[in-house]
Structure formats: structure tokens, C-alpha cells
Design a protein around this ligand. Structure first.
Ligand SMILES: NC(=O)C1=CN([C@@H]2O[C@H](COP(=O)(O)OP(=O)(O)OC[C@H]3O[C@@H](n4cnc5c(N)ncnc54)[C@H](O)[C@@H]3O)[C@@H](O)[C@H]2O)C=CC1
Ligand SMILES: O=C(O)C(=O)COP(=O)(O)O
Length: 527
């Protein structure tokens, strides 16, 4: 008998398959305290949550029999995915079921914001007939900036077009062709910020998107623009938003989500320019039934040994293959991660080439891991070894895997090549016996770099003094250089420097490096 703990309120209709299953004991308890939760998880094989329950490392470590965590919704930022993966626990979500409800809620917020509907209603309740105070703006002809053109962002854009708004979107996976197909303009984040009368964010919350809309971003916006966040608290910097509304730079905001929830005491709620709801995007009968049905299906499927439809983590590699391939896992992920951080433009094609001893093994799992390394930059922890290919194909990225005879003298060589709408870049690495992973080629340059830690990649002219000037500037910034590699194709021509430094490079230091004579481009990354 499988014991399934349902920690947040779920649609009873949706979880019917679980309730009716003869091999399942479903325990629904949405009111557990943290201590009670730690106790309750000890005996269960599955946990199902929404966004409320925090499935932390501590919870996962208490759940000795846990096999699967189901998220009845999209965002998995309340689940410690690394801890789940480390403990062999599969995480599944329900990414499709609440898209429409959340897009519709965003439209409701957009209209409420434009016409001050909640504020006016509040005044009426106070028996005040205010008309002058609540003069709104029309949507027709205004520009909606959409940041994050995924499932929900796309649906919002379609609906905004129905209101005869102009839509401009930014998403690292959006190119001209896809934008044309959706009938929207596409631009850089900066262009979207500059053109939007209303800005709506629909990205996941992760390191890269935390405070994506911060003080500097808001500064770029038109005076009197308005901001919506129906995705995740923290994508918009709440302090910056508060100050921008206070100063009059931003005319108003509509918020369904907050950095800390519940958020009943939040200072933003005291501003009359702010309309807000308590994380209601997915709260419709339909969405709740959809996500509960989807997550119940996958949880049951996994418990019974089947294949899940929406895995969020976990590799599925046989133990024999694991033995052959696991030494290369880190190398392939790091090559992908490195290249994705230095390449410019919208990703279109990824090719992975294997040579030497790698020609004799099934390298699909390595390609998957390389793709995961590439996509994580923009999709975060939700892309994993299981869903990497699907995620890439959903984004229209073509993947190509090939065995190659070109070993360049190495016993094994793994080359990752990325093509965007702007450029084609490649990186190659090898596993040196006893010494671990090394990057041995970057584009046309031969180098020897450990793919680890804080790296600085500098494109420069091969001229006397360039290296010395970089060294002096880094020392001025108290940056210790751990390793340094220089690669060039010919004397006096184009060259690259790859440095490993002991701490993360601050943006001021990066900017100053870029100003040094003979230096063309500086890119900093942490692997
Ligand atoms: N308020 C609510 O109740 C609900 C909120 N959500 C949240 O809405 C958000 C979007 O959900 P979906 O559309 O289903 O996800 P999705 O995965 O389909 O789309 C997210 C998009 O964001 C893009 N993105 C990633 N990094 C970016 C960056 N730095 N700049 C611009 N775009 C970036 C991705 O490429 C992707 O296309 C998530 O945060 C989700 O948790 C989802 C459902 C209900
Ligand atoms: O699916 C999501 O990401 C949501 O934010 C919905 O959250 P909820 O399940 O309504 O707590």
C-alpha cells in the first residue's frame, strides 16, 4: 500500500484516481505545522503540494520512504530539487493545467490596474461616490511588454492583442520567426522596458530572474508606466517598485505574488496605486481540477513503476551505462554551461560531437546533460536530465549528436557547438586520466582550463603588455588569479585569455577590464 500525503488544498475531483486506487492510502492534511509535517512525511512514499508547503531539504531528509513529490502546478521554487535528486526522489509537476487561468487572471489584473476597479469598489463600500479620483487609461493602442514568453506569457499576449494592444516580448528563446508567428514584436529586455506602457513578467523565479525588474530596469521605463507580476514574488524588486510608485515614476502595479507569502502586512498594499490578489492566478475550478488530475496521474504512475509525463528532475540511466558515463557527466554539463554563458543571440541549434573512446558508447545521456547545462541559464532547475530534450524541442532548438573521428590527439573528446541567430561558437573538453575534466578548445583557440569556479574570458589582440595590464587591474580590485591560459591563432592576431579567480568578479571590475587597450570583450562566469 502506497501512502500519499496531500499537504495543500487540492481539487477532490482531480485527485479522484488517487482516492479510488486500491493500492493507495491518501492522507489529505493541508493544516500541518512544520513539526507535524516532519513527522507525517516519515511514513509516506509520495507528497503532493501546491505553492504553500515548503518541501525543504529538512523535509526530504525526514521522509525516509519518499519516492516522489508531486507539485499540482507549475513553479517548483518551494521544493528543494537538489535535495530531492540527491535522495533519489522524483519531482513531477503539472505545467499545462493552470496556464489559461493564470493568463486570464493577468488580464483581470491588467484591466483592474488600468481602471482602478478595486480601489473604486473599496470607496463605494465606504459609501463614497468617487468619480474624479478614478480616471483610468485605455488599453487600446498601448504597448504591453511581456517578459517571459512561455506558456502563460504567450496566452497573455494573445489576449492583449484582443484588446488591440501592441505587444513586445522578450524571452531568451524568442526569435523573429517565433515572434512573427505569434504576431508580436520581439526585443531585448531593454527595448521591452523602454517601450512598455504596461510591463508583465511571466518567467520562473530563479537566480537569473531574481530582481530582474530592479531599480535600474525601472529607470529605463517610461514615466507613468505600470507593472504587473502574476508569476513569482521576487522577479520584481519590491523595494524598488515601492519607491518608483512613491516617486511617481511608476503609475501603478498589479501583484498576485509576493516575495514572502502570505503578505497581508506588505508596505506595497498600503499604496492606492497597487491592486493585489493573494496568489490567485491558478485558483479556478478548472485549473485546480486539471493540475490535480495531472499530478495524481504521474504520482501513481511513478509509484507503480511506470513512466511519468512531467518529470522535473532525475536522470534515468541504467547502472551499467552509469558506470561508463558518469565520469563525463560533469564535463558535459560544464561545457554546455560555459558556452551558454558566453554565446550571444537566440539559441537555434546545438551540436554535440564525440570522439576517441566516446565513439563506442551510447552518449545520449551526455548530450542530454550538455543540453541541460545550456538551458539552465534561462530555465533554471526545472530543466533536468530527463526533460532536457523535450524542453529544447519545445523551444524550437534543433539538437544534433554525432560521433567524430577528429580526436585532436586526446583519448576522448567532447565538443559542444551552439548556433544562435547571431553567431556559432564551440567548446571542447576531455577527461584527463587522473586529472579530471579540462576545456581544451574554445572556438579556434587551444587552451587548458579546469571548468570550475569563477572564470574570466577575455578576447583581445595579441600585443605585448595586454596580460600585464589585466593582472594589474585585477590586483587593484584585490582579485587573486588562480590560473591563467592564453590561446592565439597567430602572433599579433586575435587571442583569448581564460583566467580563474578566487572570487566572483564585480561588474565594476568587469567594466574596467573591458576598457583596457587591446581588449575587445570580457565575459565573467561562475561554474
Ligand atoms: N500566479 C499564479 O498562481 C501562477 C504563477 N505561475 C508562474 O508563472 C510563471 C510562468 O509560468 P509558465 O508560463 O507556465 O512557464 P514557462 O516555463 O512555460 O515559461 C517561462 C518562460 O520564461 C522564460 N525566461 C526564463 N528566463 C528568462 C529571462 N531571464 N528573461 C525573460 N524570459 C525568461 C523561459 O524561456 C520561458 O519561455 C512561473 O513563474 C510560474 O511559477 C504559474 C501558474 C500560476
Ligand atoms: O503553478 C504555479 O506556479 C502557481 O503559482 C500556482 O500556485 P498554487 O498552486 O495556486 O499555490
Amino acid at each position: 500500500m502506497y501512502r500519499v500525503l496531500i499537504c495543500d488544498p487540492l481539487s477532490e475531483e482531480g485527485i479522484r484516481p488517487l482516492l479510488d486506487a486500491e493500492d493507495v492510502e491518501a492522507i489529505a492534511d493541508p493544516s500541518l505545522s512544520h513539526e507535524e509535517l516532519l513527522e507525517a512525511v516519515k511514513s509516506v512514499q509520495a507528497i503532493i503540494v501546491r505553492s504553500q508547503t515548503q518541501v525543504t531539504r529538512e523535509v526530504i531528509e525526514h521522509a525516509e520512504n519518499l519516492q516522489v513529490i508531486g507539485r499540482a502546478g507549475v513553479g517548483v521554487d518551494n521544493i528543494d530539487l537538489d535535495a530531492a535528486t540527491e535522495h533519489g526522489v522524483v519531482v513531477v509537476n503539472a505545467p499545462d493545467g493552470n496556464t489559461i487561468s493564470t493568463a486570464e487572471h493577468t488580464m483581470a489584473m491588467l484591466m483592474s490596474l488600468a481602471r482602478n476597479i478595486p480601489q473604486a469598489y473599496h470607496q463605494l463600500q465606504q459609501k463614497r461616490w468617487e468619480r474624479k479620483k478614478f480616471v483610468g487609461v485605455e488599453l487600446k493602442g498601448k504597448t504591453l511588454g511581456v517578459v517571459g514568453f512561455g506558456r502563460i506569457g504567450r496566452e497573455v499576449a494573445q489576449r492583449a492583442k484582443g484588446q488591440r494592444m501592441k505587444v513586445i516580448a522578450y524571452d531568451p528563446f524568442l526569435n523573429q520567426e517565433k515572434a512573427d508567428k505569434a504576431g508580436v514584436d520581439h526585443g531585448t529586455l531593454q527595448e521591452v522596458l523602454q517601450q512598455a506602457d504596461f510591463l508583465t513578467v511571466h518567467t520562473p523565479l530563479m537566480e537569473e530572474t531574481k530582481h530582474l525588474i530592479d531599480r535600474e530596469a525601472i529607470q529605463l521605463m517610461k514615466p507613468g508606466a505600470r507593472i504587473l507580476n502574476c508569476a513569482r514574488g521576487g522577479i520584481v524588486d519590491e523595494d524598488a517598485l515601492y519607491q518608483a510608485i512613491q516617486s511617481g515614476k511608476i503609475a501603478g502595479a498589479a501583484l498576485d505574488v509576493f516575495e514572502e507569502e502570505p503578505a497581508t502586512e506588505h508596505p506595497l498594499l498600503s499604496l492606492t496605486e497597487v491592486v493585489a490578489t493573494p496568489h490567485l492566478g491558478a485558483s479556478t475550478v478548472e485549473a485546480q481540477e486539471n493540475v490535480a488530475t495531472d499530478v495524481s496521474y504521474d504520482v501513481l504512475e511513478h509509484l507503480r513503476g511506470g513512466t511519468v509525463r512531467n518529470p522535473v528532475n532525475m536522470p534515468s540511466v541504467s547502472s551499467e551505462m552509469m558506470e561508463q558515463l558518469s565520469p563525463y557527466f560533469k564535463l558535459s554539463e560544464r561545457l554546455g554551461a560555459f558556452l551558454s554563458r558566453v554565446v550571444e543571440g537566440t539559441l537555434e541549434r546545438v551540436s554535440v560531437y564525440y570522439s576517441g573512446e566516446l565513439t563506442d558508447v551510447d552518449t545520449t545521456p551526455l548530450t542530454r546533460i550538455a543540453i541541460k547545462g545550456i538551458l539552465r541559464r534561462h530555465i533554471g532547475q526545472r530543466v533536468n536530465d530527463v526533460n532536457a530534450f523535450k524542453t529544447a524541442s519545445d523551444k524550437g532548438i534543433v539538437i544534433n549528436e554525432q560521433k567524430s573521428t577528429s580526436t585532436k590527439g586526446f583519448t576522448n573528446l567532447l565538443t559542444v557547438e551552439i548556433e544562435t541567430d547571431q553567431e556559432k561558437r564551440s567548446i571542447a573538453g576531455t577527461l584527463l586520466n587522473g586529472l579530471g575534466a579540462r576545456i581544451v578548445q574554445l572556438d579556434q583557440y587551444s587552451i587548458d582550463v579546469v571548468p570550475d569556479g569563477n572564470l574570466i574570458l577575455i578576447h583581445h589582440k595579441d600585443q605585448p603588455g595586454a596580460i600585464g595590464r589585466v593582472g594589474s587591474l585585477l590586483s587593484e580590485h584585490n582579485m587573486n588569479i588562480a590560473t591563467m591560459q592564453v590561446g592565439r591563432t597567430n602572433q599579433g592576431g586575435d587571442a583569448v585569455m581564460v583566467l580563474t579567480v578566487d572570487k566572483e568578479v564585480e561588474s565594476e571590475c568587469q567594466d574596467r577590464l573591458g576598457e583596457i587597450t587591446d581588449i575587445n570583450k570580457v565575459q565573467c562566469l561562475t561554474l
